[in-house]
Design a protein around this ligand. Structure first.
Ligand code: DX5
Ligand code: ZN
Length: 214
């Protein structure tokens, strides 16, 4: 079942972010997905702490921060202080995974680990008991608007392992989500969808959110 939609503001009209956020709130999305890129971990640079801080004062929606940065450990405290409700970092980053998890625990936000398309499901198993969410990337991180890569097997393995070990985690999917790809990841066991370009291109955002949830 798809419980929640996290709207990737990377595809929003960034010079009118406040009105975009109001539009998203009305459309029934549950979270705002905030893609932080440092130009080193991925080949793109986006936005960071000052933007998040300002967003915090403008919305009650859950702030879902996806860190695509080389050394997330260094910035956990600051992203939590700027308003992150969920902090997702990449297992492929240079920070020690367990240390970063502990730092997020201290910061008192939800904890999530992201996996790039070539990273196997098994790499997250030893950490799953500490996590609230696993983010399975269905594109190479870096840009919005790319085409979906089918990661159903990986999602199934993570869902199965979590169920078997009694861990009640969310599985979020990010990249290329639309009306055709949403059922694929949902059937595999994902329950939170990130949507960027598809949502912002929609003529009717509320209908699109409803469609994605169904
Ligand atoms: C890609 C980002 C995604 C992106 C999704 O690196 O992590 O969150 O904004 O955009 P769409 O939905 O257009 O693939
Ligand atoms: Zn993302």
């Amino acid at each position: 079942m798809i419980n929640e939609i996290s709207a990737s503001i990377l595809s929003a009209d960034l010079l009118n972010l406040e009105s975009e956020i109001k539009k998203l709130e009305k459309s029934g999305v549950d979270m705002l997905h905030f893609d932080v890129m440092d130009g080193i971990f991925v080949n793109n640079i986006t936005f960071g702490l000052p933007v998040l801080e300002q967003m915090l004062n403008k919305t009650e929606l859950v702030l879902d921060v996806h860190l695509m940065i080389t050394d997330p450990l260094k910035y956990i405290r600051e992203f939590a202080a700027a308003g992150a409700d969920i902090i997702t970092f990449h297992i492929e980053s240079e920070s020690d995974t367990m240390e970063t998890i502990k730092e997020i625990q201290k910061a008192n936000t939800r904890i999530a680990v992201a996996l790039k398309p070539n990273t196997p499901a098994e790499s997250v198993f030893q950490y799953i008991q500490y996590l609230d969410m696993v983010l399975v990337m269905t594109v190479e991180p870096g840009f919005g608007g790319q085409s979906f890569m089918d990661m159903s097997e990986k999602i199934r393995k993570i869902r199965k392992y979590a169920d078997e070990t009694g861990c009640n985690i969310d599985i979020q999917v990010d990249g290329g989500i639309n009306a055709e790809t949403a059922p694929i990841v949902k059937n595999a066991g994902a329950n939170i969808l990130v949507s960027g370009s598809y949502l912002f291109k929609a003529e009717n955002m509320s209908d699109t959110v409803r469609k994605l949830k169904d």
